[in-house]
Design a protein around this ligand. Structure first.
Ligand SMILES: *Cc1c(COP(=O)(O)O)cnc(C)c1O
Length: 385
């Protein structure tokens, strides 16, 4: 408790400090490459209008992508890492630790540690170390030490357990950069705030482009950080429809076959927060499955659990197969190779957009690029590269 109370105090001080804000904004602009563009996906829009017409409908929303895949390191994760490393430095911490599953967050943390000259240790499940060798190599190149965690199933949940253990035994000098909007308070709040740059930029960009706010927002959900970053600045605009898309894997009805904690899980406590989890009747955490390594956390940030219960946000699953189809569609129609994570959001967009009127402004968060996924996709399509 003293650790997280200390963090909460430091965070509250930092966010009312204009100097801190200016430094973060400078890094976001010149290091990460923000603001990310708001792009009108014209060919995808026209394609989905044809689909609507074939179905005897007159609809087909105007689809925009928020291009967070263009950020440095290839996803939205850098937004949060830059914010947290400034906080760590402000707190006088001299050692950084983090957990990672697929390695995307680990790479982003190792990147900001290199940028600030701080030693970095990454906890990663042993199974994931084996599965994600290119990212382990990237982290090593950036100067980070990667610990392979052999407890449990050797995946993300176990890596996070180990990082929390390290943190409480190295209280004095260590800062723990959590990679999603989950974990003990104040992490869900501060990660949300750092990712809200996505939604805040979008408000302004859409006003410039269309003279009004969007009608529909869609984002994929792993732990929920890119989604809450897009959604949060719009939650009070009650007329805006919001959708979070979870990893439906082989299908919600297949036991251990998905990673949809809200569509197919139940409430419980993990890693310091009460939320929806994949668990058995004894409260033991189950391994999630998803075609995309970034979506298989067995829980979801607590604010999403609340948004589900209040009904403000709709949570829906998309399967592996649907994501793979959407991945190919986007690549061919827009010349953008999406990560498999936002391909889930896109899969839902291809179902939703044809049912919406043509003047509906729909924005999907393109939260990561697909370069990292091409080998996995080749495998699923039965191709050799
Ligand atoms: C890590 C990752 C995710 C999942 O994390 P959230 O916290 O749910 O955003 C989604 N997309 C990409 C591209 C990622 O790298």
């Amino acid at each position: 408790m003293p650790l997280i109370l200390d963090l909460e105090r430091a965070y509250n001080e930092a966010r009312s400090d204009a100097g801190c804000d200016a430094e973060l904004n400078d890094l976001l602009a010149h290091y990460a490459g923000r603001p990310s563009p708001l792009y009108y996906a014209q060919r995808l829009t026209e394609h989905l209008r044809e689909v609507a017409t074939k179905d005897g409908q007159t609809g087909g929303a105007k689809v925009y992508f928020k291009r967070d895949e263009l950020n440095h390191t290839g996803s939205h994760k850098i937004n949060n890492c830059l914010g947290q490393i400034l906080l760590a430095r402000r707190m006088g911490k001299t050692r950084i630790i983090a957990e990672t599953g697929a390695g995307q967050h680990g790479v982003a943390v190792a990147t900001v540690c290199a940028r600030f000259g701080l030693p970095c240790e990454i906890f990663m499940g042993a199974t994931d170390v084996e599965r994600q060798k290119p990212n382990v190599f990237r982290m090593n190149l950036l100067g980070a030490k990667v610990h392979a965690v052999t407890s449990g199933a050797g995946t993300l949940k176990d890596a996070m357990n180990e990082a929390l253990r390290d943190w409480v035994s190295n209280v004095e000098n260590t800062y723990y950069i959590i990679g999603t909007a989950a974990g003990p308070h104040p992490y869900p709040e501060l990660v949300r705030d750092f990712q809200s740059v996505i939604g805040n930029e979008l408000r302004q960009q859409m006003m410039e482009r269309e003279g009004r706010l969007p009608d529909t927002l869609v984002a994929c959900i792993g732990g929920g950080s890119n989604a809450i970053g897009l959604f949060h600045p719009f939650l009070d605009d009650a007329e805006i429809e919001i959708y979070g898309v979870e990893a439906g894997g082989h299908g919600i009805d297949v036991p251990n076959g998905h990673a949809a904690s809200m569509s197919g899980g139940s409430p419980g406590v993990l890693h310091g927060n009460r939320t929806f989890l994949l668990q058995n009747e004894d409260g033991q955490i189950l391994e999630g499955h998803s075609i995309s390594a970034g979506l298989d956390y067995p829980g979801v940030g607590p604010e999403h659990a609340w948004l589900k219960e209040t009904g403000r946000v709709n949570y829906v699953p998309a399967t592996d197969k649907e994501a793979l189809t959407a991945f190919q569609l986007c690549t061919r129609l827009e010349g953008i190779i999406p990560a498999l994570e936002p391909s889930h959001a896109l899969a839902f967009v291809t179902k939703l957009a044809p049912t919406l009127p043509r003047d509906n402004l729909l924005v999907m968060n393109m939260c990561g690029r697909g370069d990292k996924d091409i080998f996995a996709v080749a495998g699923h399509l039965g191709m050799d590269i």
